[in-house]
Design a protein around this ligand. Structure first.
Ligand SMILES: NC(=O)C1=CN([C@@H]2O[C@H](COP(=O)(O)OP(=O)(O)OC[C@H]3O[C@@H](n4cnc5c(N)ncnc54)[C@H](OP(=O)(O)O)[C@@H]3O)[C@@H](O)[C@H]2O)C=CC1
Ligand SMILES: Nc1nc2c(ncn2[C@@H]2O[C@H](COP(=O)(O)O)[C@@H](O)[C@H]2O)c(=O)[nH]1
Length: 326
């Protein structure tokens, strides 16, 4: 089994068939909707909030609201998005109160277009039970489930009824799962995406480890329909982390969903807090991602994202480390 990560791979160019990069189509149909690019900010408290969700939905981008607001806030979020004519995309966990949220949504007939079941170790009966429950009570919702890191995980969640699966155990920048538990796809996330995509019969989201815009094209090459990104988005004006000035430079805080900052206590901590450079407006970053992806499509010798899926690649090195530290 070839083992590699984003920095180990380069895609091999093909003859260009377009006259301008602007002709390259980066749109992706994911579930019931089509989005401008196959990219979604991570469903974390420092990368998405209600205001940004509204902006993303209004501007043709996918979003997944995080699950760290209480049940009533998440219920009202769905209502507010629908009142504005926008799609609703929420996250849930697997604890008892999350079942109560599904009950309330069903009772009020607030059916989110997307529901993401998001726990650290998603290859679990608790997730399978929740998939069944959502499919039974909110049959109109597109269900994303995760996170998993193996083909078996993908297949079991798909067989349980998940419409898409989210792949990535521990490759995130705020993640310390590999260090704390010894497990995960940190350091070989792209190879894990490849393995999982080969087993998948439905779309997968590559989640975590994206450090450069070119990694988006690489994720698509290895089978991702959507790419979830945390740290590269956390430094924007519109993202919710705090602004911090250090030695005259501007940063924003970014912390893991399993960090003590998110949990409020030091228990089962698998995430850390860090500062990421301030990056200005998110619209500019999203535009640059789209332009870079259009360029990738031109190097692939095609006109749309599908052309990326067929390109050759080379493994240019094979260093299984990614600079994790506490
Ligand atoms: N993608 C990744 O690599 C990771 C992501 N995260 C993110 O952090 C957030 C919090 O995650 P999580 O701690 O799962 O959420 P929760 O604290 O909500 O846990 C969800 C449920 O799963 C149980 N659970 C969690 N981990 C395990 C495990 N390893 N084995 C058995 N049961 C488990 C919990 O019980 P109990 O707490 O009693 O064990 C709880 O009942 C999520 O948003 C998740 O995506 C966290 C770690 C890794
Ligand atoms: N192991 C942990 N993973 C986490 C935690 N909080 C979030 N995440 C995952 O990271 C990605 C984002 O990765 P990035 O490389 O783009 O920064 C996110 O979508 C989650 O899957 C955590 O506390 N521990």
């Amino acid at each position: 089994m070839p083992v590699f990560d984003y920095e180990d791979i380069q895609l091999v160019p093909n003859k260009c068939v377009i006259e301008s990069r602007s002709e390259a189509d980066t749109t992706i149909k994911f579930g019931p909707m089509t989005f401008k690019i196959p990219v979604v900010p991570a469903n974390m408290a420092t990368t998405i909030d209600e205001q940004l969700a509204v902006w993303l939905a209004q501007n043709g981008y996918f979003y997944i609201m995080h699950r760290f607001d209480d049940q009533d806030q998440r219920l009202q979020f769905v209502r507010k998005m629908h009142d504005q004519g926008l799609f609703a995309s929420i996250s849930v966990g697997v604890k008892a109160e999350e079942y109560a949220l599904i009950d309330e949504l069903a009772k009020e007939d607030f059916v989110p277009e997307y529901v993401t079941i998001d726990i650290a170790h998603g290859h679990a009966d608790s997730v399978i039970k929740m998939i069944h429950y959502i499919k039974e009570n909110l049959p109109g919702s597109f269900v994303i489930a995760g996170n998993v890191g193996t083909p078996e995980g993908v297949r079991e969640l798909e067989n349980a009824g998940a419409d898409a699966t989210k792949v990535g155990i521990g490759p995130g920048k705020a993640c310390i799962t590999k260090l704390k538990t010894g497990f995960g796809t940190g350091g070989w996330q792209l190879a894990a995406v490849r393995l999982c995509a080969k087993a998948a019969s439905k779309p997968i989201i590559a989640d975590g480890g994206i450090r450069n815009n070119g990694d988006i094209a690489k994720s698509v090459r290895f089978g991702a329909s959507m790419v979830m990104i945390g740290s590269l988005f956390a430094g924007h004006e519109e993202t919710p982390g705090e602004i911090v000035i250090e030695n005259g430079a501007k940063y924003k805080t970014y912390y893991g969903s399993a960090s003590q900052y998110q949990k409020g206590e030091y228990k089962n901590v698998e995430g850390k807090k860090l500062l990421v450079p301030y990056r200005g407006r998110i619209a500019d970053t999203l535009r640059e991602m789209q332009e870079d992806l259009q360029s990738s499509i031109s190097y692939a010798g095609g006109k749309d994202l599908n052309s990326l899926r067929k390109v050759d690649y080379v493994i240019v090195k094979n260093s299984i480390f990614n600079g994790d530290s506490y």
